[in-house]
Design a binder for this molecule. Structure first.
Ligand code: ZN
Length: 167
């Protein structure tokens, strides 16, 4: 096998990932950080089509007193409204934490072709941790999934948030 010139990129290089992925994930992380300041679990999501942001949000479950107000749900709703179409064709959803069952379901319903998430969620993740709703062959839509982009930064943010809440 040929030596890859970018082999020195190190642990953050991930299969199927690009520098654009990291750029959009940074944007999602910025949203997550602001959510933490508002007392929300710090998760951010961005729906992108080409170089255009169609929808983005952080978690708003506390602010909106709405258990369904996860970052992905709000970003998907925003993107669909912006497009005037419930099918989010040609989009990528970036989210700082592996989607839960509800959000993974919404991603499949919206026919989002590609999902990129940062940190895995061993307690609720349905993008490979507990199960993989994003790529279930029995469903009529399956996503390409890339994980691990800026996972450390996202995990640090979540851990700091929960540590501060306990303290
Ligand atoms: Zn969710």
């Amino acid at each position: 096998m040929a030596e890859r010139p970018d082999a020195g990129a190190g642990e953050h290089a991930r299969e199927g990932a690009s520098s654009a992925d990291e750029r959009w994930m940074r944007r999602a992380l910025d949203l997550a950080r602001r959510a933490a300041d508002a007392g929300e679990v710090p998760v951010g999501a961005v729906v992108v089509q080409g170089d255009v942001v169609l929808g983005e949000s952080a978690n708003r479950t506390v602010t909106d007193a709405d258990p369904t107000a996860h970052a992905e749900m709000l970003a998907i709703r925003g993107a669909a409204a912006a497009q005037g179409d419930w099918r989010l064709i040609g989009t990528t959803l970036y989210v700082t934490l592996e989607p839960c069952a509800m959000c993974a379901g919404a991603i499949v319903l919206a026919r989002i072709p590609r999902v990129v998430y940062a940190a895995a969620d061993p307690k609720a993740g349905m993008g490979g941790s507990l199960d993989n709703l994003l790529q279930d062959r029995r469903l009529n839509h399956r996503c390409d999934v890339t994980s691990g982009i800026l996972a450390e930064a996202s995990g640090d943010l979540l851990r700091a948030f929960f540590r501060a809440r306990r303290g």
